[in-house]
Design a protein around this ligand. Structure first.
Ligand code: AHE
Ligand code: ZN
Ligand code: ZN
Length: 191
């Protein structure tokens, strides 16, 4: 049987609406949900196989995108949120009761500081940007997925139209490298 990558990918990807203005995320509690409003669509939405991003049960990957942190606002039940690992680069604010991650924020000097990481499956609205690529694919091995199954995982992403990377997509890796180079005072030239 083909592995379950993520419910938003397994049965075909629904294209988002480029004009989608944003919407509301709710945690998975049956009542007193944590509610977060997002005032824009997400960008760089991707499947992530890393060990820290929140995955629905049974899925090998999370689906996570970014948007400017000023577009993210907790509207209800903020007291239920806690940071699950304060030593991580991305401070993931999760519901203490249901475990859903509402947003991840970076406070340290980092190329993605200013962007929050969110899971649009916590919204029941349609139009969010569809997944663009799969990142940190090999990381699922670190969580116990058999290395022999990796060809099937990458083939399934390909069949759904997504490239697999073992870190992030080339544009994001270029952003990280540019940040690192500028910080080190590197001068760019066409060598
Ligand atoms: N093999 C590791 C990789 C973890 C990792 O570097 N994850 C990335 C991507 S998360 C969203 O794309 C990252 O930036 N992590 C920073 C953080 O998680 O705070 C593993 O699987 O853990
Ligand atoms: Zn909850
Ligand atoms: Zn991740």
């Amino acid at each position: 049987m083909a592995p379950s990558l993520h419910p938003l990918i397994d049965n075909g990807i629904n294209k988002g609406d480029p004009a989608f203005p944003g919407g509301t995320l709710r945690c998975r509690c049956p009542s007193d949900q944590v509610v977060v409003s997002l005032k824009s669509n997400v960008a760089h939405n991707h499947a992530c196989g890393c060990s820290k991003c929140w995955k629905p049960s049974g899925a090998l990957f999370s689906v996570v995108g970014v948007l400017p942190r000023e577009n993210v606002k907790v509207e209800a039940n903020e007291s239920k949120l806690h940071v699950i690992d304060s030593s991580a680069v991305i401070l993931r604010n999760a519901c203490k009761e249901c475990g859903a991650h509402l947003f991840g924020r970076i406070e340290r000097d980092h190329p993605f500081r200013g962007l929050d990481f969110v899971h649009i499956e916590l919204s029941d609205q349609k139009g969010w940007q569809e997944p663009q690529f799969a990142g940190f694919v090999s990381s699922i091995i670190e969580q116990g997925y058999s290395p022999e199954g990796m060809n099937a995982v990458r083939a399934k992403f390909k069949a759904e139209g997504l490239e697999s990377y073992d870190a992030l997509s080339p544009p994001l890796m270029d952003l990280i490298a540019t940040f690192t180079a500028k910080k080190a005072g590197v001068k760019f030239a066409n060598l």
